[in-house]
Ligand binder design. Sequence first.
Ligand code: HEC
Length: 122
Amino acid sequence: MYFKSPVSIALIVIAISTFIGIQSCEQHVITFPEPEVGYESFSKTILPILNNDCAICHPGANELDLSQEKAYTALTSGGYIDTENPESSPLYEKLQGSHDTYTSNANKEFILEWIKEGAKND
Ligand code: HEC
């Protein structure tokens, strides 16, 4: 009876998958990008990303304006940034969703870092 209870079955499944998880971690070396490398400030890190990867489709007019002059205001006053829950920022979610391929993963992390640091206009 003991082993048939849902809780103990769940515990066995968790134990087995943890074991498999540990095994596969030993087999695959996962290299994460160094979070601090390259990120400096909005003007030095984020604006160039917006200019290079976004402005072509967001040049101004009535859509989200990510041009050099307007990008900061458009993002911060348009409700795209949530400094309390950076990962839930609509900007960041967009880059994980339909805009997944529009910039590099490293750039997405820089954008997340900028939000985490308070989305300052620095
Ligand atoms: C190939 C064209 C294209 C590129 C490149 C592009 N976008 Fe977009 N973006 C769109 C279109 C079209 C929409 C409106 C439809 C939608 O929400 O997907 C949009 C919508 C958005 C929205 C949501 C706007 C809203 O009010 O809902 C955000 C945020 C955004 N883009 C950010 C970016 C960022 C940041 C980049 C650069 C990494 C980028 N976009 C690059 C075409 C583009």
